[in-house]
Design a protein around this ligand. Structure first.
Ligand SMILES: Nc1ncnc2c1ncn2[C@@H]1O[C@H](COP(=O)(O)OP(=O)(O)OP(=O)(O)O)[C@@H](O)[C@H]1O
Length: 243
């Protein structure tokens, strides 16, 4: 089953086309890394997939169904996805309340909410932080809470926008373990935008290179790094690409 099927997708800001994808099909239950230079359209792609941003044209199917027919459809689709940003926003409240927020919006009963929040905090190794202030955490802790806030909603898809940028190697490893473990236990699909090529190698089944909004190459990760087909992929990977 395809998770997403994208065709003829275009997005411009002003007179600049930032995304132009002819065809892209992503399967369920995989981890995809989206790579590319600054400004190549990676975040824009995630925001469109997550229905935060409307494309100018094109078609997107999610789990075989067209996205965007009615508001109700859009809500039921968007509730199956969670996005984690590079600099997650924490409400001025406790860690518990931050993680519980999405469940409260969905009117989950208090006892179930408590159980799930505690489970999510344990999953990310932050079980002792429930009563801490969410705005006084380190970068690595904040990212783990942002992940817990997403995982507690049991999404079918996790969209991660540079979730480990600016973190030290130990924190990066911790976050990658959480992503991998959650993916394995719940078969959640993951799309991760990253500038860290080693990270893509470590965790992604497939890697996708975007340049100027176009998919230049997409391949199994080992193939992608060891035997890139396209000249631009080779230049991107060995750092000789001129922007
Ligand atoms: N809301 C917006 N209004 C105008 N231009 C935008 C907007 N959002 C993105 N852009 C532009 O679209 C282009 C693609 O941006 P995007 O954030 O998707 O790239 P990216 O590949 O994620 O970059 P980076 O690696 O630097 O995060 C950039 O040139 C950016 O300036």
């Amino acid at each position: 089953m395809n998770l997403f099927e994208v065709s003829g997708l275009k997005k411009s800001f002003g007179d600049r086309t930032v995304l132009n994808i002819n065809e892209l099909a992503l399967q369920t239950g995989k981890i995809y890394a989206v790579l590319g230079p600054n400004g190549s359209g990676k975040t824009t792609l995630l925001r469109i997939l997550n229905l935060l941003l409307a494309p100018d044209s094109g078609r997107i199917k999610f789990m075989g169904g067209d996205i965007g027919i009615s508001q109700a459809d859009r809500l039921s689709v968007s509730r199956q996805m969670c996005m984690v940003f590079q600099r997650p926003f924490m409400f001025r409240s406790t860690v518990f309340n931050n993680v519980a927020y999405g469940l409260k919006l969905r009117r989950v009963a208090k006892s179930e909410c408590e159980r799930r929040v505690n489970e999510a905090l344990d999953f990310v190794g932050m079980g002792n932080f429930a009563k801490h202030s969410a705005t006084r955490l380190s970068g690595g802790e904040t990212q783990r809470i942002a992940l817990a806030r997403a995982l507690v909603l049991q999404p079918r898809v996790l969209l991660l926008d540079e979730p480990t940028a600016n973190l030290d190697p130990g924190s990066v490893q911790h976050i990658e373990e959480i992503i991998r473990k959650y993916h394995q236990e719940y078969n959640t699909s993951v799309i991760i935008v990253t500038h860290n090529l080693f990270q893509a190698k470590r965790i992604a089944d497939e890697s996708i290179l975007l340049i100027n909004g176009e998919v230049v190459e997409r391949a199994y990760t080992a193939e992608f790094f060891d035997h890139p087909r396209e000249l631009r992929t080779r230049q991107f990977l060995d750092g000789t690409m001129v922007y």
